[in-house]
Design a protein around this ligand. Structure first.
Ligand code: SF4
Ligand SMILES: [Zn+2]
Ligand SMILES: [Zn+2]
Length: 311
C-alpha cells in the first residue's frame, strides 16, 4: 500500500478518512492534529505554565513530547511534568521510571506526587480493604485530585492530559448511557472554567489510540507497555469494546461521538449557562455533591487527611 500523499510505503491506514500514510506524512499529520487542538483548546497561549499529567504510558508520553515540541522554544512558557504514584506495586514503579527517562531526555522538570504521603493510603492498600469496590473508582478520583493540587501548586494555567480520541469517545458514551449530563458538560477538555480546578486540556483528542501508539514507537519515545493489575475490572472496558466494534463497522463513529458532545455542550451552555458546582463541605474542592467522591472514598478507606473542617 502506498501513501496517499506521496509514493512511499504506507505505515498506517486511516479508514475514517479513507487514507494511507507513510511514516513522514503520518508523523506530520499527528503533529498537525495536536497543534490544532492545542490552539483550539487554549488559543493564543503565549505566557505562563503548562503542566502535563505524565503516567509513563504511551498517551501521556506523546502528550508531553508534543506539548514540549509546541511550547519548548517559547521562553515565556514553562512546561512541567506531573506524575502520581498511587501505590500500585506491580505496575507504577516501571511507568514512573519511563516517565523519568522521557523527562530527562527532553529536559523537562518532573515532579512526582505520592498518594502514600498526600492522602496516607495507596490504591493497593485500599483495594485490599474494600474488596467489593472496583479500584479504578477511587484511584481515578484520587489521581485527578492529586494532579489538580500539584498543578495548582506549580501555578499551572492548564493541565494537559493524554486522553486520545478513543478515550474521549468512550467517556462521552459512558456519560450518555448513565444519563450524567453534569459530567458530560464538565468532562475534559474543559470548556467551562471551574473555580479551584486547573482547566484540563486534551491535545490528543483527534488522534486514535493506535495512532498514538504508532507515533510513540516511530518517535522512539521511552514509555512503559505494562498494564495495571486492576485494569480488567474497569467499567470502561465494556465501552472500549462497544466503541471499537462501532468504529470497525462504521468508521468515523468516534469523531461523531465527539461532535455530538460538542453540540450538546454548546446547547447546554446557551440554555443553562456555565453555572458553578458547589464546594465539598469536607475538603473545599469543587464538587457537584455536598461531599466530593475523593473524600467519600477516603472516609471508606479509613483515612481522612483532606478533612480539616470536619475534624
Ligand atoms: S487501571 Fe484503574 S486502578 Fe489501575 S491505574 Fe488505571 S484507574 Fe488506577
Ligand atoms: Zn507520504
Ligand atoms: Zn472533598
Amino acid at each position: 500500500m502506498r501513501c496517499s500523499g506521496c509514493e512511499a510505503p504506507a505505515v498506517v491506514d486511516q479508514p475514517y478518512r479513507s487514507a494511507h500514510l507513510c511514516e513522514h506524512h503520518f508523523r506530520a499529520s499527528v503533529e498537525e492534529r495536536v497543534r490544532r487542538e492545542m490552539h483550539r483548546q487554549i488559543p493564543r497561549f503565549g505566557h505562563g505554565t503548562i503542566a502535563v499529567a505524565l503516567s509513563g504510558g504511551k498517551d501521556s508520553s506523546v502528550a508531553l513530547a508534543l506539548t514540549h515540541r509546541y511550547f519548548g522554544r517559547r521562553p515565556t512558557v514553562r512546561v512541567i511534568a506531573l506524575s502520581v504514584d498511587e501505590g500500585i506495586a506491580t505496575y507504577r514503579p516501571a511507568t514512573l521510571a519511563a516517565a523519568e527517562r522521557l523527562t530527562r531526555a527532553i529536559g523537562v522538570e518532573h515532579r512526582v506526587v505520592r498518594a502514600s504521603e498526600e492522602i496516607r493510603t495507596t490504591v493497593d492498600t485500599t483495594a485490599a480493604g474494600l474488596p467489593g469496590t472496583v479500584p479504578c473508582s477511587f484511584c481515578g478520583v484520587w489521581r485527578r485530585r492529586l494532579l489538580n493540587r500539584a498543578a495548582l501548586d506549580c501555578g499551572a494555567d492548564a493541565l494537559v492530559v493524554g486522553f486520545n480520541l478513543d478515550d474521549l469517545a468512550q467517556t462521552v458514551l459512558m456519560n450518555l448511557v448513565h444519563g450524567d449530563l453534569d459530567r458530560l458538560v464538565r468532562m475534559a477538555p474543559h470548556r467551562v472554567r471551574q473555580p479551584g480546578l486547573v482547566p484540563r486540556i486534551a491535545p490528543l483528542a483527534a488522534v486514535p489510540e493506535r495512532e498514538v501508539y504508532l507515533y510513540a514507537r516511530l518517535a522512539g519515545l521511552p514509555f512503559d507497555h505494562g498494564e495495571c493489575p486492576h485494569a480488567d475490572r474497569a467499567a470502561r472496558n465494556l465501552f472500549r469494546e462497544i466503541v471499537w466494534q462501532l468504529e470497525e463497522s462504521q468508521p468515523g463513529t468516534r469523531q461523531a461521538l465527539l461532535r455530538t458532545h460538542a453540540r450538546l455542550v454548546d446547547r447546554w451552555l446557551r440554555t443553562e449557562g456555565e453555572g458553578a458546582p458547589g464546594r465539598c463541605r469536607v475538603c473545599g474542592a469543587p464538587s457537584a455533591h455536598p461531599v466530593c467522591r475523593a473524600c467519600e472514598f477516603l472516609a471508606a478507606a479509613g483515612t481522612h487527611p483532606l478533612a480539616p473542617e470536619a475534624s
